[in-house]
Design a protein around this ligand. Structure first.
Ligand code: NAP
Length: 400
């Protein structure tokens, strides 16, 4: 058997998700059956100090010779980095991704990809011109669970999808958790609000089931009607947003299909952390596929067929396993011992693409990321939500 290709990652930013992603990245890929590639971390950068980057590398268990940088500009000059994972707030993705692409680095950039579609288009153009890989880090698309759901649809088990309900709502108490209004979840300067942070997952489920499952030649953008409730305390970030989408489709493929995508900072998909109500329901004439919360990291599906039969499946996250002393999770929530968070699958896809010379992700290419940004632009337009010009601009470089 050929030895695995080593892909060398640089981590740009050292916050919550950078930590979770990098711990997953460094888990042995054979624990999830991956033998053709291996990930290593060669550098990390913090915008605040080199010391912070050094502490991050130690916390995530990076190799001892990984380099710590105290500025993103210095970091992108490191010739050892093959691909950069960007984990800054969405307000900064455009400037940071442009910096990396200009420096000739492949890029995996956290969701939401950018603040608006114009920025996403500019990044896609730059990546194309420079012949570099670029992918939005919508990790959920790369879960085996998501692949299974899409296969149930394309193999016709529920017939042509006619309607999708998709919610991702978080039951936060924003005035308490983010009282000073500075946190990225509610701060307009950091493109705060439910839509870009959480609603992206509701739209992910709508698009990966209703749009991505169609042959590329028949995919068409949806019509969009939206209602957006502003978060009172900061005035310019959405607290709750509801989107109705109508997807044109050829009659022979089932005709027009509908979706409702919802998101909220304040209310829950299911209260009290219960996961017994499906947050995602994908319906066709032959049945329904249910996906249980959370929408971004689901581990359970149920298929209900017209004949009354039910197929339930659990999708536990692989990892080094119980007894390994290995832990990961996001923020304050830890997964069970040895259980991965699920971010390694998108990393495997990005690394495989780099090794193979592909320039886009398999399960969400740049055109689809741009289209979803266009939908979010339209939702914000209908809901009168704009962000400060310096984070909406495509002007590069812009000092943030
Ligand atoms: N895939 C997922 O499940 C998931 C989960 C959470 C978040 N995310 C996404 O990941 C991104 C980061 O979220 P996070 O929760 O990791 O945020 P976070 O904990 O606040 O970390 C963001 C990091 O960005 C850097 N940064 C640079 N300029 C900044 C500025 N002006 N204000 C704040 N931070 C700045 C900082 O690192 P340095 O000081 O080191 O530069 C900071 O630690 C967001 O786009 C979010 O949507 C994804």
């Amino acid at each position: 058997m050929a030895s695995p290709k080593i892909v060398r990652w640089g981590i740009l930013a050292t916050g919550g998700i950078a930590q979770t992603f990098t711990v997953d990245l460094l888990a042995d890929p054979t624990t999830r059956g991956v033998t053709h590639i291996k990930h290593t971390v060669v550098a990390a950068a913090s915008s605040s100090s080199q010391h912070r980057a050094q502490a991050f590398l130690k916390d995530v268990g990076a190799p001892g010779d990984a380099k710590a940088y105290g500025s993103y500009e210095e970091f992108v000059g490191d010739a050892n980095i093959d691909i950069v994972y960007i984990a800054t707030p969405h307000s900064h993705h455009y400037q940071n991704a442009m910096l990396c692409l200009e420096a000739g680095k492949h890029v995996l950039c956290e969701k939401a990809f950018t603040v608006n579609a114009a920025q996403a288009r500019a990044l896609a153009d730059k990546a194309k011109a420079k012949k570099l890989f670029l992918m939005e880090a919508v990790w959920t698309r790369y879960f085996p669970l998501s692949i299974y759901v899409r296969e149930q649809i394309t193999s016709g088990r529920i017939g042509p999808v006619a309607r999708v309900f998709a919610d991702n709502s978080m039951a936060l108490d924003p005035e308490v958790s983010f009282g000073d209004g500075k946190h990225r979840m509610v701060n307009p300067e950091l493109a705060g609000g439910a839509l870009l942070d959480l609603g992206i997952y509701s739209l992910t489920w709508v698009f990966q089931t209703l749009y991505h499952t169609q042959p590329e030649s028949s995919r068409q953008p949806p019509r969009v009607v939206a209602a957006l409730k502003s978060y009172g305390a900061t005035g310019a970030a959405d607290e709750t947003t509801t989107i109705v989408l109508a997807f044109p489709r050829p009659d022979e493929a089932g005709g027009e299909a509908h979706a409702i995508a919802t998101t909220s900072l304040r209310i829950a998909t299911t209260p009290g952390g219960n996961a017994d109500t499906a947050g995602i329901r994908i319906q066709g004439p032959g049945g329904e596929i249910q996906v249980f919360p959370p929408a971004f990291r689901p581990t359970r599906t149920r298929l209900l067929l017209k004949d009354g039969s039910v197929e339930e499946k659990d999708w536990p996250q692989p990892g080094p396993g119980a007894g390994s002393g290995w832990y990961n999770g996001f923020g304050g929530s830890r997964n069970a011992e040895g259980e991965g968070h699920g971010m390694f699958w998108e990393a495997d896809e990005a690394a495989t693409a780099v090794v193979e010379g592909r320039k886009e992700g398999r399960y969400e290419g740049l055109a689809e990321s741009i289209l979803i940004m266009e939908v979010m632009d339209e939702v914000r337009k209908q809901g009168n939500l704009t962000y400060p010009e310096k984070i909406e601009t495509t002007q590069y470089p812009t000092q943030l």
